[in-house]
Design a protein. Structure first.
Length: 98
């Protein structure tokens, strides 16, 4: 048995270790939820912008329209809340809370 590893052997060991590390990182990245999925997990129900989107989504659904009003908000959080509310209202996911 040789006590020293050849340089070719070291390269193979390094390649295998890097391959395992990269593939493990890819698996972790694939398992984490995207920002869009995280936005759906938030509870916007008390947010006034969400409520506005919910009302407009329900109205468009009742009148068979597809996103008739294009709202744009300065804050990304408000935009996400509105779009989440609109989609919930347009798809009929939320019960009436009046």
């Amino acid at each position: 048995m040789r006590a020293r590893m050849s340089s070719r052997g070291c390269v193979w060991v390094l390649a295998i270790v890097l391959g395992i590390g990269i593939s493990g990182g890819t698996v972790l990245l694939a398992a984490s939820p995207s920002p869009q999925e995280q936005a759906h997990e938030q509870d916007y129900s008390k947010n006034r912008v969400y409520q506005q989107g919910l009302r407009e989504g329900r109205d468009d659904r009742a009148h068979n329209r597809d996103h008739s009003k294009k709202r744009h908000f300065k804050k990304d959080g408000d935009q996400r809340a509105y779009e989440t509310g609109y989609q919930a209202g347009h798809q009929g996911d939320q019960p009436d809370r009046h």
